[in-house]
Design a binder for this molecule. Structure first.
Ligand code: ATP
Ligand code: MG
Ligand code: MG
Ligand code: MG
Length: 578
């Protein structure tokens, strides 16, 4: 039982200027977090309580999912990452953690990095620990801090630089075992999100370079989400846009259909569209696609990925793509051998640009920046290009984007699309990491095999905010019971009145015995302030004790998600609560 006057819940009337979405505003206004710097937050006392509850539910369900908890270092020797399969790409998001005395010069290779994820740590660990088929399967997880130098941290805890993740890693002797582990974990995720009280839908996702044969993302439907979910109400088919658009998925570099308006730029004859390219950081730099050719049904476009010819800029996450140079199908088709309505990815920007410039030799190709990219609006011309180089088309996507209204691939019913927040992700990894780190075991015939891995992540802090995004009204947060910082708030309208204070404690003890966490608002504040704060911090059950009510022998009970206030006799209150 906590007393508000002794606890610390700094509620605010105003939202901070940088909080664009409701859940971010409420996190701050209800006193759950305070910002240190972009993407870096302190969890204030009630924020921490919610985090601890979500963490505990997660722990219980992941335990049930067959994984064993441990704790790994968050400062990693860069060496581990150099050995791994994605150093070049992943380092873009990693904070360096060199120590001052290391003697390394600025700009030189880092000696230590802060962990954005832990495949490069767990795989060598398991290699050292496990060598026989008898010790398999094994699965380990931790619930801990992750560090990612996101280019654009935003929306509070949604995209932070330091955040809390549950990350699990499974090791099996064969594919069949790995698939079992995957499904067990998927069931654990479903149980977790259900208990937390948030609707999260498992959607098919690409495996991309992770090389696995399946992957699901758990999406909380919300307009403010960074992802698109394509789904069918008839068949239950649901996939993220990358998976649904397919075709390029094998590259882990995926282009969504152009989003946003087609804009006419100031430069006559040049059109710009905005689109999304996802996670090129997952693939080695030399395999990154830098140029895309989108051949629309009626308007073919050359699309250059902004920043991707400059790895520093490309970094990670969602990039805008830009540069659109309209051409006619006649011009493009012979070059690409592609059909209208398809999307091609080309390995090298300049080569592709050379080729296209060759095709359109009489007209300079213009690179045009858009607002998202901050590129130079004047663009620059590609001139003096050499058309004799080969254009390496590494993948042609079936770019008839699966989108709202088209046939569901399963049943043919019209597909719908909506935005979602990725709160969790599961991957069947295969042997990519175990081969890299020689994490092998010997079978009963003394034959050696790489272990078959899976990896799994839940954004704990992102989930906390997704709950708020999904469950709030104009007055504040509406916490689901299981993760509420307190489940019962007892509001004392006359805190100085002894009879009221005693009753509050009696009711508090009864509710505590019933398993709830109790907060007593004993502040010397006006009732209006107390009720406003109660709604803002979103405690599910409010019990109000006032002098007038006591005279009539009643207390007032109100659920946060209902508008009705019910009076119950004081004599019954304790037993009703229990
Ligand atoms: P996103 O697509 O949003 O960048 P991700 O695919 O890079 O996320 P994963 O590597 O799959 O993230 O990590 C597992 C989970 O960690 C994600 O599903 C998400 O819930 C959470 N997460 C990832 N990045 C962040 C971040 N910057 N801030 C808060 N949570 C994050
Ligand atoms: Mg990311
Ligand atoms: Mg993602
Ligand atoms: Mg992910």
């Amino acid at each position: 039982m906590k007393f508000w006057s002794e606890f610390y819940i700094p509620t605010l009337k105003e939202s901070p200027a940088d909080a664009e979405i409701a859940s971010h505003q409420l996190l701050v206004r209800a006193g759950l977090v305070r910002k240190l710097s972009g993407g870096l937050y302190t969890y204030m006392p009630i924020g921490l309580r919610v985090m601890q509850k979500i963490t505990q539910i997660c722990r219980e369900e992941i335990d049930r999912g067959g994984s064993v908890e441990l704790w790994m270092p968050h400062v990693h020797p860069a060496e581990n990452w150099e050995k791994g399969p994605r150093w070049n790409a992943a380092r873009e998001i990693m904070f360096r953690a060199d120590h001052a005395g290391s003697g390394k010069k600025a700009g030189a290779e880092p000696e230590f990095v802060l962990g954005p994820t832990h495949e490069e740590v767990i795989t060598p660990l398991v290699k050292a620990e496990v060598s026989s088929y008898r010790d398999l399967p094994k699965s380990f997880y931790q619930i801990a801090t992750k560090f990612r130098n996101e280019i654009r941290p935003r929306y509070g805890l949604m995209r932070a630089r330091e955040f809390v993740m549950m990350d699990a890693y499974s090791f099996d002797a064969d594919d069949e075992g790995a698939i079992k582990a995957y499904h067990k974990m998927k069931a654990a995720y479903e149980a977790f999100f259900k208990r937390v009280g948030v609707l999260a839908i498992a959607v098919e996702a690409d495996t991309g370079v992770m090389g696995g044969s399946f992957s699901h993302e758990f999406m909380v439907p919300a307009e403010v989400g960074d992802d698109d979910v394509i789904y069918c109400e008839e068949s239950g088919y649901a996939a993220n846009r990358e998976k649904a658009t397919s075709g390029l998925v094998a590259t882990d570099f995926v282009v969504a259909e152009p989003i946003g308006e087609i804009e006419k730029f100031a430069t006559p004859g040049v059109t710009t569209i905005k689109g999304l390219a996802r996670e090129p950081h997952n693939i080695p730099a030399d395999e990154q696609f830098k140029t895309l050719v989108y051949i629309g049904d009626d308007k073919p476009f050359l699309v250059l990925l902004r920043g991707c010819d400059d790895l520093e800029e490309a970094k990670l996450g969602t990039l805008g793509f830009t540069l659109v140079r309209p051409a006619t199908p006649d011009e493009i088709t012979p070059l690409m051998g592609a059909k209208p309505g398809s999307l091609g990815a080309v390995k090298d920007t300049l080569k592709a640009a050379d080729q296209l410039a060759g095709v359109f030799a009489d007209e300079a190709i213009k690179l045009v920046g858009n607002g998202t990219t901050g590129a130079n609006e004047d663009g620059f011309h590609l001139r003096n290009v050499n058309v004799t180089r080969d254009l390496a088309i590494t993948g042609w996507g079936d770019f008839r984007t699966v989108k709202a209204g088209e046939p569901c691939p399963t049943c043919g019913a019209p597909l719908k699309s909506r935005r979602g927040i990725e709160v969790g992700h599961i991957f069947k990894l295969g042997t990519k990491y175990s081969e890299c780190f020689a994490a092998t075991y010997v079978d009963d015939q003394k034959q050696s095999h790489p272990m078959v891995m899976g990896c799994y992540g839940i954004g704990i802090s992102r989930t906390m905010q997704a709950v708020i995004e999904q469950s709030h009204d104009k007055d504040g947060i509406i916490w689901p019971w299981a993760v509420a910082p307190f489940q019962v708030l007892i509001v004392l309208l006359d805190p100085a009145m002894e009879e009221a204070a005693t009753l509050a404690k009696t009711l508090g003890v009864a509710a505590e015995l019933a398993g709830a966490d109790i907060l007593i608002d004993d502040r010397d504040e006006r009732p209006g302030v107390k009720f406003k704060d109660a709604d803002l911090i979103g405690v599910p059950l409010r019990i109000t004790i006032g002098g007038r009510g006591l005279k009539n022998g009643v207390v007032e009970v109100k659920w946060r998600h209902e508008s009705e206030v019910v009076q119950i006799p004081v004599a019954e209150a304790a037993s009703r609560i229990a």
